[in-house]
Design a binder for this molecule. Structure first.
Ligand code: 5GP
Length: 123
């Protein structure tokens, strides 16, 4: 899938749409999800134009890859999530119901998150 430069996270990166920022460096931006599914629900995104984890893992430079993973762990620690536990999740494509076509990892924390994933809904 070609990258859509008008997706909502690309617009956040360009400053066209506001976000509640929690972290930023040369390669990474992180902000609160607009519709949180847990007391802490943060989205971590690369600044580069990547559609999903599939695209990012294939095309990103080693610097971007390491910066992203370092930032992910650091954000979880800074948010206090590493103390009590957290879950990370990245949706790619149709079956995962990825909504925004700019690679992002969700960090969920702040409550018992239950086990893994639920059963597939019928709808
Ligand atoms: P996906 O299903 O693609 O993995 O998740 C997309 C996430 O982006 C959803 O959790 C949704 O709530 C969040 N989201 C969609 N639009 C916006 C927005 O404009 N601002 C923020 N902060 N989050 C958004």
């Amino acid at each position: 899938m070609a990258y859509d430069p008008n997706n909502i996270f690309a617009r956040i990166l360009r400053g066209e749409i506001p976000c509640r920022k929690v972290y930023e460096d040369e390669h990474v931006l992180a902000f609160h999800d607009i519709n949180p599914q847990a007391p802490t629900h943060i989205l971590v995104i690369p600044k580069g134009a990547y559609v999903s984890l599939d695209d990012f893992s294939e095309r990103a430079s080693d610097r971007e890859l390491s910066a992203f993973l370092r930032a992910l762990g650091r954000i979880a620690r800074e948010q206090g999530a590493a103390r009590t536990g957290y879950r990370v999740l990245a949706n790619h494509g149709r079956d995962a119901r990825q909504e925004v076509p700019h690679f992002h990892v969700h960090i969920f924390a702040g409550r018992d998150l239950g086990r893994m994933i639920g059963k597939a809904p019928s709808g």
